[in-house]
Design a protein around this ligand. Structure first.
Ligand code: SF4
Length: 341
């Protein structure tokens, strides 16, 4: 949940999730629609589907117990080298390294390493450094837990990895490192050189590309037409209003009208939503059209649902904004007609 999302945003999601799916067994059994609804707004929906696949694997392969070896954790769907290392070190105090954006920045600055940290050669070097550090931490003696009296491994692997992540998140920040407050400044090569911001080397980002879409909210006798996205690809399994890609913003209203087939019904602007997916800058122009009771859309897949039913569905982030814009417009219209009445 915390990937690319701030803690304060995640807290209500986490609380709701733990209320509804408080165990691995419950997660393994949950319906896809329920999972999507609990995740709605967090994006990267493949994560929640992988989470459920992992829960099912834990139930079938590991008898419902979360595995405790690095290889078994790494074999769970959706868990890569970094996450497996974080789980094994933080939860089980094992000497498994971690390397995320924060740790990369800290290690590059500590050693004044230039170059692209994502390049295989430098990336291997950074993983090796992280492995050396956590191995060293595992060999430090600790007085608080006698090894014989606990299943927790000796050493400070958990604390080392958490402190590396925390240092990068709170002190050694990308644009404003607080070197004066930093507990490791005396060992930091970038600090000694007086140029921490030079590390790691800036990456060249590919230019972003614009794309335009027209969406149409088709209303028929108090119900609205929606469709479910296919079970693979971007936003798989989520719901949306009918939409088409267009050559530019100026042609969105004509494109929206084509979603009505041959029926000559006016479409009215509802909202313009801008968002980014990977390297695409998307502009989604949404329109509204009221159609007569006998209207049948040319696209057969989809459903007619009223507003309360729409709220039960998990929408893509952009189409959820269309739904909110529709409600806001209806509330304003209702208030206006009440005051006139
Ligand atoms: Fe980062 Fe400055 Fe600390 Fe070096 S001294 S690790 S650059 S905050």
């Amino acid at each position: 949940m915390l990937q690319q999302t701030q803690v304060k945003t995640v807290v209500p999601y986490w609380s709701r999730w733990m209320r509804e799916l408080p165990s691995i067994a419950r997660l393994a059994q949950a319906g896809e629609d329920r999972l999507h609804k609990l995740w709605e707004g967090l994006g990267y929906y493949s994560r929640v589907r992988n989470l459920q696949k992992a829960a099912r694997m834990i139930m079938t392969v590991h008898n419902g117990q979360f595995p405790e070896t690095f290889d078994d954790v790494l074999a769970l769907p959706g868990i890569g080298r970094y996450t497996a290392g974080a789980i094994c070190s933080i939860a089980f105090n094992q000497p498994t390294p971690i390397l995320d954006g924060n740790v990369i920045r800290v290690l590059c600055r500590l050693q004044a390493i230039l170059g692209d940290p994502k390049s295989p050669r430098l990336n291997d070097r950074l993983w090796a450094t992280a492995a050396r550090l956590v191995l060293g931490a595992s060999r430090l003696e600790r007085a608080d837990i006698p090894p014989a009296a606990s299943s927790i491994q000796p050493g400070f692997c958990s604390r080392l990895n958490q402190s590396l992540m925390e240092l990068g998140a709170t002190v050694c920040t990308p644009r404003n490192p607080a070197c004066d407050l930093c507990p490791v400044s005396r060992w930091c090569a970038a600090f000694k050189r007086g140029n921490p911001l030079a590390y790691p080397s800036a990456r060249k980002r590919p230019a972003s590309l614009p794309r335009w879409f027209a969406a149409l909210v088709i209303e028929r006798a108090g119900q609205f037409r929606v469709r479910q996205r296919p079970g693979h690809g971007v936003n798989a399994g989520l719901w949306e209003f009918p939409n088409v890609e267009c050559p530019d913003l100026a042609s969105t209203d004509l494109s929206a009208a084509t979603l009505l087939g041959m029926t000559p019904i006016p479409v009215h602007p509802l909202a313009v939503i801008r968002h980014s997916i990977t390297r695409y800058r998307m502009t989604l122009a949404a329109f509204h059209a009221s159609v007569p009771p006998g209207f049948q859309p040319s696209e057969k897949a989809g459903a007619w649902l009223d507003l309360p039913a729409l709220h039960e569905l998990a929408f893509t982030a952009a189409h959820k904004k269309i739904l909110l814009a529709l409600e806001s417009k209806r509330t304003k219209t209702h208030r206006k007609s009440s005051s006139l009445g």
